[in-house]
Write a protein that binds this ligand. Structure first.
Ligand code: ZN
Length: 209
């Protein structure tokens, strides 16, 4: 497949599902519009699709890893009925200050660290320099920047609130209204063979910027 070494790393809350603080109940999981279609099209084009999510609610004791597995099972089911598939969901259960062992550690997976991206690169053979991070928060943009990925900020979730901080203090390659628009940017970029960060022309930063 042409794009098998290209990954899309989606943040979870506020990017592919509606933002809920420390979501622990599968019934609270709601896919945002356009997400399933975007992921299905990415599957069809042969890109690898990942979710990378900070879940410090586990360290803080708000939910267990078992609870999280149930949420992710629901996420896969909601996508599956619409023909979409995630290759792997990576989550960081840690927090450097809060919570109890073994979760209260300064890890290398909590975004903006790049542990989850690097794990996917090793396991699935994706080239991070050709890959994309899509998220609504500063830590997503910073993780993508730290890993050498192309970064796409979506304005769902916290995106509008964190937009200024992102544009000032991280490298944001594109701003999209939502995940569907982020996908159209990614599709156009890879179809033109411009899947490296340096290839994206300046001034092509998406809506009104
Ligand atoms: Zn971690």
């Amino acid at each position: 497949m042409k794009f098998e070494d290209v990954g899309i790393f989606f943040d979870r809350d506020g990017t592919i599902n509606a933002e809920v603080d420390f979501l622990s109940d599968p019934d609270e999981l709601e896919l945002l519009p356009g997400v399933a279609e975007a992921i299905r099209e990415a599957n069809e084009l042969g890109l690898k699709v990942f979710v990378i999510t900070n879940q410090s609610g586990i360290a803080r004791g708000f939910l267990s890893e078992h609870d999280l597995e149930k949420v992710h099972k629901k996420l896969r089911a909601l996508l599956s009925v619409r023909g979409a598939r995630i290759d792997k969901i990576y989550y960081c259960p840690h927090h450097p200050e809060f919570g109890k062992q073994p979760y209260n550690v300064a890890c290398d997976c909590r975004k903006p660290n790049t542990g989850m991206l690097k794990a996917a690169a090793r396991t699935f053979g994706v080239d991070l320099l050709k890959s994309f991070v899509v998220g609504d928060r500063f830590v997503d943009m910073k993780a993508g920047e730290n890993a050498g990925c192309t970064t796409v900020l979506v304005l769902t979730g916290y995106g509008e609130a964190e937009r200024e901080e992102c544009l000032l203090n991280a490298r944001v390659d594109y701003v999209a209204k939502n995940a569907g628009e982020a996908w159209r940017f990614i599709r156009n970029t890879v179809n033109q063979g411009k899947n490296f960060v340096g290839d994206i022309p300046k001034g092509m930063k998406g809506i009104e910027s």
